[in-house]
Design a protein around this ligand. Structure first.
Ligand SMILES: C[S@@+](CC[C@H](N)C(=O)[O-])C[C@H]1O[C@@H](n2cnc3c(N)ncnc32)[C@H](O)[C@@H]1O
Length: 206
C-alpha cells in the first residue's frame, strides 16, 4: 500500500471506529508493561511508542513516572483522540504524526515499542527502512519491544494484509543489530471474541 493511501486508510479507521470496537483494543497493555518492568529502565529513559494510536500504554508510562515519552502515529486523528483522552497530561508527551518509514531523524532512544505496526509493512524496501530507522534511533544497549501477529495468528489486521512472524523470524529479521533477550507467544482476544496469536520480542541494540 502506497504511503498516502495508507495514511488515508488509518485516518478513516480512527474517524469511523471507537477504540473499544477495534480488534487490537486492550484495557491494559500487560505484556508490554511486564517487559518494560523486566528491562528496568530509568524514569528519564527516552521512550517512543511507534504507531501508538489510542493505546493506553502512554497513560501507564506516565503513571509509572516516565518523563521522556514520544508517541508516533501515521494518523492525526488517532493522535488527536489520544491527546483528548489524556487532557492536561498530553502536554507531557511529544506527539509525532508521521509514517514510520519516514522517521529517520531522531536518535538516542532507550526504548522503542511497537505493538501491531511493523507487521503491516510488506515490501522489502519498507521493512529494511524500518529496521534501519530503529537501528539508527535506538542507542547501544537500548531496547526494542515488538509485537506482531505470529505464524499462527491471522493474516489480516484491521482489514489489511500483514506479514506474520514467528519468534525466530523476528530474531533473524532484526539480526545482527539487535540481540533477542526475551520472547513469548500469546493470545489476544479481540472485543468480538476472536483469538489472535502474537509474537512478542524484546531485543537489545548491539
Ligand atoms: C493495529 S493498530 C495498533 C495500535 C497500538 N500500537 C495498540 O497496540 O493499541 C496500528 C497502528 O499503527 C498505525 N500505523 C499503521 N501504519 C503505520 C505507519 N506506516 N507508520 C506509523 N503508524 C502506522 C495506525 O494508525 C494504528 O494506530
Amino acid at each position: 500500500m502506497e504511503k498516502p493511501i495508507r495514511k488515508e486508510y488509518w485516518e478513516n479507521v480512527y474517524q469511523s471506529k471507537e477504540f473499544h470496537q477495534v480488534g487490537w483494543f486492550q484495557h491494559h497493555p500487560t505484556v508490554s508493561l511486564d517487559i518494560i518492568e523486566f528491562i528496568n529502565i530509568s524514569e528519564n529513559a527516552k521512550i517512543i511508542d511507534i504507531g501508538g494510536g489510542e493505546s493506553y500504554l502512554v497513560d501507564h508510562l506516565l503513571a509509572l513516572g516516565f518523563k521522556n515519552i514520544q508517541v508516533l502515529d501515521i494518523s492525526a486523528k488517532a493522535i488527536w483522540k489520544a491527546k483528548s483522552r489524556l487532557g492536561k497530561n498530553a502536554e507531557k508527551i511529544k506527539w509525532i504524526t508521521e509514517d514510520i518509514v519516514d522517521f529517520n531523524y531522531e536518535k538516542d532512544f532507550d526504548l522503542w515499542h511497537d505493538r501491531a505496526v511493523f507487521h503491516f509493512l510488506l515490501k522489502k524496501d519498507e521493512i529494511d527502512q524500518y529496521i534501519d530507522n530503529a537501528k539508527n534511533a535506538i542507542k547501544q544497549g537500548g531496547h526494542l519491544i515488538i509485537g506482531t501477529f505470529s505464524d499462527k495468528g491471522p493474516d489480516k489486521c484491521s482489514g489489511l494484509p500483514v506479514k506474520q512472524y514467528s519468534i525466530s523470524n523476528l530474531e533473524s529479521t532484526f539480526y545482527p543489530h539487535f540481540k533477542l533477550i526475551q520472547a513469548l507467544n500469546l493470545d489476544h482476544y479481540t472485543p468480538s471474541g476472536q483469538v489472535q496469536n502474537y509474537s512478542f520480542c524484546c531485543f537489545e541494540r548491539t
